[in-house]
Write a protein that binds this ligand. Structure first.
Ligand code: CP
Length: 328
């Protein structure tokens, strides 16, 4: 795999291979010395034109645990604020010797533009482009769901997909690149996805996505899904009022305390709560749900390091199928 630009592009074989490599990387992180020499001598540049905590920090940790040299570049405080173009910025990084460029950018399609540009020979990993895709988030989410399913069913996660898993994703679908990557990857892996949102936060064209859409959260939760993923309300991308008030949103589409209690009654071990972060506590998710035994939100963060190690390894060494044995 030369680049990782989109979850939609991943075949079932590539996705399962990445998840299996993630399992090997998770084993590395349980060692005293959490480091392997897989990318020694390579340089990974984290090129972030938008704010990030989880993605940037976990890509940095992932690259360091693979023994790569890491350069962190944030547009704020760089010559981008003096008007330097993406092309000149990337060619500067190319001259410094970037082997992999991990890029977050506010424009949808920016990662593909960079990969197709000819400005750099580096491998490109999309760390979130506008409202388009966030493929490594979908991979770490799938990894988290696969571990839950394997543990519940008493089997090894290795080599398995998510066939039969019922996933409800709730919230600001309109502005979410996470949901777009998740819908495609979860479909490829065999899960059944239902999106739940106010009508104003459902994008035109969602009928072409491989999922169902509902506007009634209580009805979707009454169907007893295995996974409930809450999405952040992205106020910074909203230029008009998409719902009457925060209280109205929370009472109809939030995982508030009452709704959470109803969800877990009688099936405490059979349902998990996820959120890609950052969370708006009290808006889309209550503290009771976020901090509950059913929450996998911090597991998602930890799994992000393993899956980003896997993604960097696959692109930098051009893995196309099975993970290399020496990683195990
Ligand atoms: N989930 C996610 O992309 O979080 P950050 O914006 O903190 O990277």
């Amino acid at each position: 795999m030369r680049h990782l630009l989109s979850a939609r592009d991943l075949s079932l074989e590539s996705a399962v291979s990445l998840l299996d490599t993630g399992e090997s990387m998770a084993q590395v992180q349980m060692r005293d010395v959490k480091k392997i020499p897989a990318l020694r001598g390579r340089t990974v540049v984290n090129l972030f034109f938008e704010d990030s905590t989880r993605t940037r920090v976990s890509f940095e940790a992932a690259a360091k645990r693979l023994s790569a040299d890491v350069i962190n570049f944030a547009a704020k405080g760089s010559s981008v604020s003096k008007g330097e173009s993406l092309k000149d910025t990337v060619q500067t990084l190319e001259a410094i010797g970037a082997d992999v460029i991990v890029m977050r950018h506010p424009s949808s399609g920016a990662a593909k533009t960079l990969a197709d540009s000819g400005w750099t020979q580096a491998h490109v990993v999309n760390a979130g482009d506008g409202t388009h895709e966030h493929p490594t988030q979908a991979l770490l989410d799938a990894f988290t769901m696969r571990q839950f399913k394997a543990q519940r069913d008493g089997v090894s996660p290795l080599g398995t997909d998510l066939t039969g898993l019922r996933v409800v994703i709730v919230g600001d679908v309109l502005h979410s690149r996470v949901v777009r990557s998740n819908v495609w990857l979860l479909h490829t892996l065999g899960a059944h996805v239902t999106l739940v949102a106010p009508p104003t936060l459902v994008p035109v064209g969602v009928g072409a996505w491989p999922c169902e859409v509902d506007y009634d959260l209580d009805r979707a939760l009454a169907a007893q899904p295995d996974v409930v993923m809450m999405l952040r309300i992205q106020a910074e991308r909203m230029n008009s009022a998409y719902f009457p008030s925060a209280g109205e949103y929370s009472s109809r589409w939030g995982l508030d305390e009452d709704r959470f209690r109803r969800l877990i009654v009688g099936r405490g071990d059979e349902v998990i709560i996820m959120h890609p972060g950052p969370m708006n506590r009290g808006l889309e998710i209550s503290a009771l749900a976020a901090d509950s035994p059913q929450s996998r939100i911090l597991n998602q963060v930890a799994n992000g390091v393993s899956m980003r190690m896997a993604a960097l390894y696959h692109v930098a060494t051009d893995v196309t199928e099975a993970p290399r044995k020496e990683l195990a």
